[in-house]
Design a protein. Structure first.
Length: 466
C-alpha cells in the first residue's frame, strides 16, 4: 500500500470515532479523582475538624458521598457518615476524632487518598514549690476510655536554668483518675531559680494521640515544662560566706541552714556528732506528743517540773527523768516524724541515761527545728515555743546573742560536753523575723575550750546575718 493510502485510512478511522467518545477519553483522569482535605489537620481532643472535598466531574449533582474512618492503629475501616454533593460537586463533613484517624471519601465507587487528622490529648499541669527546696510536678492526662494508661512507668528528668543539662530522677507510676484520665506526679529537690522538667509515659498504645512535643530519648508519650523555685533567706551568698568562715575554725565542724524556702545547705551537714544537750529539744517534743496520745491536752505541774528546767537551764537530771518516761522509742518516733535520716542512740552508753549518747547531724536538727511546730500537738505549741525562746540568759550565747539585736525571735537549744582536753559545743535554732523563718545548726567538736566553740557559732551566725 502506498504511503498516501495509509494516511487516508488513518484519517477515515479518526473521523469514524464519535466525538463524545473522544471527549470521554480526554476527561478520564479527572473522572477518577476525588479531592479531600482536613482543616485543621491537627486538633485538641474534643475539638472538631472539617473534611471538605470535590467529587469527580462525572458524578451527578446530589451524588452520595460516604466518609470512612480508620482510627489508630489504622487496621479497621468503618463508614462513619454520608452526605451528597452540591451543585459544584463539593461536599464536607465535620468530625470529632478521639485519637489519630485517617479518613477517606467515596463517590460512585471512587475513593480519595487517606487524609489524616491528628489529635493531641488534653493535659492539665501544675508545678508547685514545696518546703525543703523541692518542686512538685503534677500532670493530668486525658485519653480515650479504651486505652489503659494507668500503672504505667513514668521516666522523669530535671534541669536547672534555661540551658542546663537534664538529669534523670527516680521513675514513678501513673495513677488512674477514672476511665478517661491518669495523673503523673513527682517531687524533686532542686536549686533555687528556674528549672525545666520532662516526663515520658511508657503506656500501651502511647502513640494513639499525636505527640508533637516528645523530648529526645522518649519512646513513649512525652511531656515537658518549667517552673521556678524562690530563693530563700539567708541567700546563697550569705551561706557561702558562713561556710568559708567555718573552714577557718579548728576541730571538727558542721553547718546546716534551712532557708526560708525550706532548702537545706551547709558543710558536713550529714556527719554524726554526739548530741550533748541538743537532744533535750527532742525529749521535749516526745513528752508533749505522749501527753496528747494519753488524751491530756494541758501541761500539768509535774510535767512542767521536768520540762521547764530541762530546757531553761539544761538540767540533766530533769532530762534523765523525762527520758525514763518517753524512752528511746519516744526519741525515735520524733526522729521518724521529723524525717531524720541519721539519728541513733548508743544503747550501750549509760551517761545521761543513754539520751546523752544520741548521735545527731546538723541537717537533721536544722530540719527538726524548722518543722518543729508541725510536730507538736497544737495545744502545746505555745508552751514549747515559750520554753525554747526564754532560756536562761547565761545560756543564751551563740545564735541568740547575735540574732536578737537584729530583731529576730530565736527558739533554740544548745549542747556542750567537756572532755579531758577538748570540748564539744553545738547549737540549733529557728529564727523568726523580718518576714522570714529559717533554721541554723552549728556543731563543733575538738574545741580547745567552750569559749572557742561559742565564738565559732557566733561567727557563723554573724556571717549569715551580716
Amino acid at each position: 500500500m502506498l504511503a498516501r493510502d495509509v494516511a487516508a485510512v488513518a484519517v477515515a478511522a479518526f473521523l469514524a470515532v464519535p466525538s463524545g467518545a473522544l471527549g470521554a477519553s480526554r476527561q478520564a483522569p479527572a473522572a477518577s479523582t476525588i479531592s479531600l482535605a482536613a482543616s485543621p489537620s491537627t486538633v485538641v481532643s474534643g475539638q472538631p475538624a472539617t473534611l471538605s472535598g470535590t467529587a469527580p466531574s462525572a458524578a451527578p449533582v446530589g451524588a452520595s458521598v460516604q466518609l470512612s474512618a480508620s482510627p489508630y492503629p489504622f487496621t479497621k475501616v468503618t463508614i462513619v457518615a454520608s452526605a451528597t454533593t452540591a451543585q459544584d460537586g463539593s461536599f464536607s463533613f465535620t468530625v470529632t476524632p478521639d485519637r489519630d484517624t485517617q479518613y477517606s471519601a467515596t463517590v460512585s465507587g471512587v475513593s480519595s487518598p487517606a487524609v489524616p487528622v491528628l489529635v493531641t490529648g488534653q493535659t492539665v499541669t501544675k508545678v508547685k514549690a514545696l518546703k525543703l527546696g523541692r518542686a512538685k510536678v503534677v500532670l493530668v492526662i486525658f485519653h480515650p476510655s479504651d486505652l489503659h494508661w494507668g500503672n504505667a512507668r513514668v521516666s522523669w528528668s530535671f534541669a536547672s536554668g534555661f540551658r542546663g543539662r537534664f538529669s534523670r530522677a527516680p521513675d514513678t507510676r501513673s495513677l488512674n483518675l477514672g476511665a478517661y484520665a491518669v495523673v503523673l506526679f513527682t517531687t524533686a529537690a532542686l536549686p533555687a531559680g528556674q528549672f525545666r522538667w520532662r516526663a515520658c509515659l511508657h503506656a500501651p498504645e502511647a502513640q494513639a494521640l499525636a505527640d508533637p512535643t516528645r523530648p529526645p530519648g522518649c519512646s513513649g508519650r512525652g511531656y515537658g515544662g518549667g517552673g521556678y523555685l524562690p530563693i530563700g533567706f539567708p541567700g546563697p551568698v550569705a551561706i557561702a560566706r558562713a561556710e568559708r568562715y567555718l573552714r577557718t575554725r579548728m576541730g571538727r565542724t558542721a553547718l546546716a541552714v534551712v532557708d526560708s524556702e525550706g532548702r537545706v545547705s551547709g558543710v558536713n551537714a550529714n556527719e554524726q556528732f554526739i548530741t550533748g544537750s541538743v537532744v533535750k529539744a527532742m525529749l521535749l517534743v516526745a513528752y508533749l506528743r505522749r501527753l496528747d496520745a494519753l488524751g491530756q491536752h494541758y501541761v500539768d505541774a509535774y510535767s512542767n517540773s521536768l520540762l521547764y528546767p530541762m530546757i531553761n537551764v539544761s538540767d540533766n537530771d530533769a532530762a534523765t527523768d523525762c527520758w525514763s518516761i518517753v524512752g528511746n522509742a519516744g526519741l525515735y518516733a520524733v526522729a521518724k516524724a521529723a524525717g531524720m535520716t541519721d539519728f541513733s542512740v548508743d544503747t550501750t552508753a549509760s551517761w545521761g541515761g543513754q539520751w546523752g549518747a544520741a548521735l545527731i547531724t546538723a541537717a537533721d536538727q536544722a530540719k527538726f527545728f524548722f518543722e518543729m511546730d508541725s510536730l507538736i500537738p497544737r495545744e502545746f505549741v505555745g508552751y514549747a515555743n515559750f520554753l525554747l525562746s526564754t532560756i536562761a540568759g547565761y545560756e543564751s550565747w551563740g545564735i541568740p546573742a547575735i540574732a536578737r539585736p537584729f530583731g529576730y525571735t530565736v527558739y533554740f537549744k544548745a549542747g556542750w560536753r567537756p572532755s579531758p582536753d577538748v570540748f564539744l559545743v553545738h547549737q540549733i535554732a529557728r529564727l523568726v523575723g523580718h518576714h522570714h523563718t529559717f533554721a541554723i545548726a552549728v556543731m563543733t567538736d575538738g574545741d580547745p575550750d567552750m569559749s572557742y566553740g561559742i565564738d565559732t557559732i557566733q561567727g557563723v551566725t554573724a556571717a549569715l546575718l551580716r
